[in-house]
Design a protein around this ligand. Structure first.
Ligand code: URA
Length: 238
């Protein structure tokens, strides 16, 4: 698809529209080897090659980042007083329209997908597409079979909200067991409210997987990295 050159350059996040126009004016942009000084010049990024300041300019339609969210950070694009997950992305991507695909509570840690692809976000979050989100929940008390059965069958929350059946696995037993739980929905504080309704509590919560893509163990809390095409496809696997 044909696009204006200045708009295309600024859409990649490193330059504002004004800066892109200045680069073009300064003769620093070549299209198919020829210097273009018309900022309104149209090109098709799938057909034409662009050299910007001597370097190949690769156009990425969308960006997908895996963030290992720490506690104390809000799952929002901007917030007046709190640090947001988007504040944690590299500076060169800050001008893209990035947002978190789904929210984790302030105290929840783990995998947050940050992207500018609205259709993809909608697809992976919609419960009807059955994309599982996997969490590890550290519980306040030892867990009973009855509590796990209630969660597995589709529990009704204290306010009457009905949850879809969830899958679980006990990873560690004891007084504060660690339970893996998989859900396809994203209701407000869902896992905490599910265990509260079952008569237990959640003291730590971490999202470890989205679809079939696991949180990268090498990613420290607060760090994020780009996902490749194969990894993005794993997220969308039901
Ligand atoms: N369920 C919760 O209770 N909190 C989250 O952050 C995610 C799922």
């Amino acid at each position: 698809m044909q696009q204006r050159l200045d708009k295309l350059i600024s859409s990649q996040g490193s330059y504002t529209r004004k800066q892109a126009q200045q680069l073009i004016k300064d003769g620093l942009v070549k299209v198919d080897g020829i210097t273009v000084r018309d900022r309104g010049f149209h090109i098709d990024p799938e057909v034409n090659s662009v050299i910007l300041d001597g370097k190949e300019f690769a156009v990425e339609k969308f960006v997908y980042l895996m963030l290992n969210k720490p506690k104390g950070v809000v799952s929002a694009t901007n917030d007046r007083s709190q640090k947001t997950v988007v504040d944690l992305v590299p500076d060169e991507l800050k001008k893209r329209n990035l947002f978190p695909a789904g929210r984790l509570d302030m105290t929840t840690t783990g995998f947050v997908l940050i992207t500018d692809d609205g259709d993809f976000a909608h697809r992976i979050l919609s419960p009807k597409n059955h994309i599982e989100k996997t969490y590890e929940a550290r519980l306040a008390e030892s867990v009973t079979e009855e509590q796990l059965r209630m969660v597995a069958d589709g529990i009704v929350l204290k306010d009457g909200t009905e949850c879809l059946p969830a899958k679980f696995k006990i990873l560690e037993g004891g007084d504060n067991p660690l339970v893996e739980i998989k859900i396809c929905e994203g209701k407000y504080h869902q896992i905490k409210r599910m265990f509260a309704a079952a008569g237990n509590g959640v003291i730590e919560l971490k999202r470890t997987k989205m679809g079939n893509l696991s949180l990268d163990e090498n990613l420290a809390e607060g760090e994020c990295r780009r996902l490749n095409e194969a990894e993005v496809a794993l997220i969308a696997e039901a």
